[in-house]
Design a protein around this ligand. Structure first.
Ligand code: ATP
Ligand code: MG
Length: 401
């Protein structure tokens, strides 16, 4: 007997009816996608749990893939036994013997969700505990602080036994909240903002503004790489690359330099909103943090925000830079974000930007030039690519070729 299953737990709170069904379907799909290079694995829904049958796959790499998936509260290696009391006892003993780490003390926690099973939870606890004690040297029961908690879940299709649990990523399965447009620069903040939006169930499409030839291919590659990293948390991500050169040149020429930054942001927002509307995205996510730079003062947000009715989500709004950096290191976007390729915003922009831009002035400057054709043209020339991180197995193949 060996550990050949992974039992996946998720928060059941507030999950009812259709919501529950959506949640479970999404979660299952997201797990399946994450495990696509482990083709033998089967992911099954059982009431209130997800079970992964390993079918010969090594558990370690599979568990690594499970860790970043949102919507999972915890998961455990498990052994499965038929619903037959002697077999359950023996499987529990095996599971205890094969679990790693310190195990001087243990307790058994049985749960009988399949009520037709004739032995009650308390009796399961007692008898399984006794069986482990009889067959193992130097262990004792400690119900308060056991080294190992042997959980026994009796379900209709079988009994699952686990001896430890790993914390999952939490949050909600990506996709359950609908779709949002992530304004993705090559910086540190916006990938983290995207990650946090995904954590609460949003599926993202990334929108990036570039200004060739002033920003080069490497800058674009950087954004593609950041997008790929984000796919680990919720599957393939569509990336829209917006050609922004002409608009930036027009802004540079037509707008007083201290308002160029504000107008540029308003243009970005207008374009992002139109993409969002065309693709059924209900919100825009960006990486702004209150007061971080001139364009992120409240006055600036107020003036930039004027051009759209679509909700703007700012997951980082209250964070300090260091908190954002810590998250970006944790999700492995940091090392890409700090690569020194120029961003479209830094090129044309003087450093005399007002920190308190006004709505009336911004509108007044915009009236002096017809930006609409340039906006339309930029949208017409958007390049859309679907980004997906290659599965490990494909990468190994690439290495061999
Ligand atoms: P980041 O680290 O995300 O670049 P930042 O601290 O550099 O953020 P800004 O450059 O002021 O801040 O950008 C604020 C937000 O505007 C970004 O977080 C991002 O959401 C959006 N943004 C900025 N530049 C671009 C771009 N070239 N393409 C798409 N979105 C952008
Ligand atoms: Mg930036």
């Amino acid at each position: 007997m060996r550990y050949d299953h992974i039992l996946v737990r998720y928060g059941e709170l507030a999950l009812k009816g259709k919501n529950r069904n959506d949640f479970e379907k999404r979660l299952r799909r997201n797990i399946q996608h994450a495990l696509r290079s482990h083709s033998s694995c089967k992911v099954k829904r059982t009431y209130g749990r997800m079970v992964i049958e390993l079918r010969g796959e090594e558990p370690g790499p599979v568990m690594e893939k499970i860790k970043p998936i949102f919507g999972i509260s915890s998961f455990s290696l498990a052994m499965k036994s038929p619903n037959e009391f002697d077999e359950i006892k023996e499987t529990a003993l095996q599971a205890f013997e094969q679990t790693e780490g310190r195990k001087d003390t243990f307790k058994v926690s049985a749960r009988r969700s399949y009520k037709s099973f004739p032995v009650r939870s308390q009796d399961l606890n007692k008898e399984i505990g006794a069986h482990i004690l009889r067959n193992t040297e130097d262990v004792r029961v400690d119900v308060h602080h056991p080294d190992v908690e042997v959980t026994v879940e009796v379900r209709e299709q079988g009994t699952y036994i686990t001896c430890g649990r790993t914390q999952g990523a939490g949050g909600l399965p990506v996709g359950t909240a609908g779709k949002v447009a992530l304004m993705l620069s090559g910086g540190i903040d916006s990938p983290v903002a995207g990650y946090l939006a995904m954590k609460r169930g949003a599926e993202i499409e990334a929108v990036h503004f570039h200004s060739p030839p002033f920003t080069n291919e490497r800058a674009r590659k950087k954004v593609e790489d950041l997008t790929k990293v984000l796919t680990r948390f919720g599957g393939p991500i569509t990336l829209h690359v917006v050609p922004f050169t002409e608009l930036q040149q027009a802004i540079h020429k037509e707008i007083p330099s201290n308002y160029a930054m504000t107008i540029m942001r308003r243009m970005m927002l207008r374009i992002t909103e139109r993409l969002a509307q065309a693709r059924h995205m209900k919100a825009i996510v960006n990486g702004e943090s209150l007061g971080q730079v001139a364009s992120q003062t409240l006055e600036s947000m107020y003036t930039i925000n004027e051009v759209t009715n679509t909700p703007i989500l700012r997951p980082l709004v209250t964070m300090d830079k260091q908190e954002v950096v810590d998250i970006s290191k944790g999700i492995e976007t940091y090392s890409i974000s700090i690569l020194p390729y120029e961003d479209c915003c830094t090129i044309f922009l003087p450093d005399d930007s007002v920190t308190k831009p006004r709505r009336d002035k911004a509108a007044y400057f915009e009236e002096g030039f017809d930006f609409e054709p340039l906006i339309k043209d930029a949208i017409n020339r958007v390049e859309t690519v679907k980004m997906e991180e290659k599965a490990a197995i494909e990468e190994e193949m690439d290495d061999l070729l």
